[in-house]
Design a binder for this molecule. Structure first.
Ligand SMILES: Cc1cc2nc3c(=O)[nH]c(=O)nc-3n(C[C@H](O)[C@H](O)[C@H](O)COP(=O)(O)O)c2cc1C
Length: 166
């Protein structure tokens, strides 16, 4: 059973995961998990916003473009192997839910599911999209992260609810 918690009550844990092994972004109605290491959480338009960066080459990009919603799943340290797997393989080629033996839960606000094995999840609806623009970006960042192009799209997800396993 999951209970709703205050939006920012587990922010430290969320950001620590983002910085270390990564969080699991889920997109698509049947759920494709992708590891993310970049993102921000804050307030915009008087809304709580989870911002994610997704490169167009990702299968998740296609899924998000088709259905502008996502869940962010906060893994336990025991899921380190699964998180690495979801960051190395594409849902285009494999069913990562089956490979990782994840079970899906029905979200309260959106049609993208959450991962039951992750004890905290955020439910987000996309309210804005921007693209990282080459000409506006610091040259050092371009040479470090964008030698192949594939500039990220930046999605602003309104956080509709955060839930935690009881
Ligand atoms: C620790 C880690 C963090 C990552 N962060 C991101 C990210 O923030 N944005 C992104 O587009 N890809 C990121 N990736 C790469 C994707 O997770 C990877 O390409 C994945 O296989 C894409 O899955 P998909 O094709 O099923 O969407 C990260 C990978 C790892 C291992």
């Amino acid at each position: 059973m999951r209970e709703r918690i205050k939006t920012f009550s587990n922010l430290n844990l969320t950001l620590e995961n983002l910085y270390n092994n990564g969080l699991l972004l889920m997109s698509g109605e049947s759920g494709n998990p992708m590891t993310i290491g970049w993102g921000t959480v804050g307030i915009v338009w008087h809304k709580s916003i989870f911002t994610i960066l997704v490169r167009p080459s990702r299968y998740s990009f296609k899924l998000i473009e088709e259905l502008p919603e996502f869940t962010i799943n906060v893994p336990t340290p025991e899921l380190k192997k699964e998180v690495a797997y979801c960051g190395a393989y594409s849902g285009r080629d494999v069913n990562k839910i089956e490979k990782c033996n994840f079970h899906l839960g029905r979200s309260n606000h959106i049609s993208v599911p959450y991962i039951k094995e992750c004890p905290i999840h955020y439910e987000c609806k996309i309210v804005n999209k921007n693209d990282i623009i080459n000409s506006e970006l610091d040259k050092n960042i371009i040479s470090k992260y964008y030698t192949q192009g594939d500039f990220h799209s930046v999605y602003f997800g309104e956080i509709l609810g955060v839930y935690k396993e009881k």
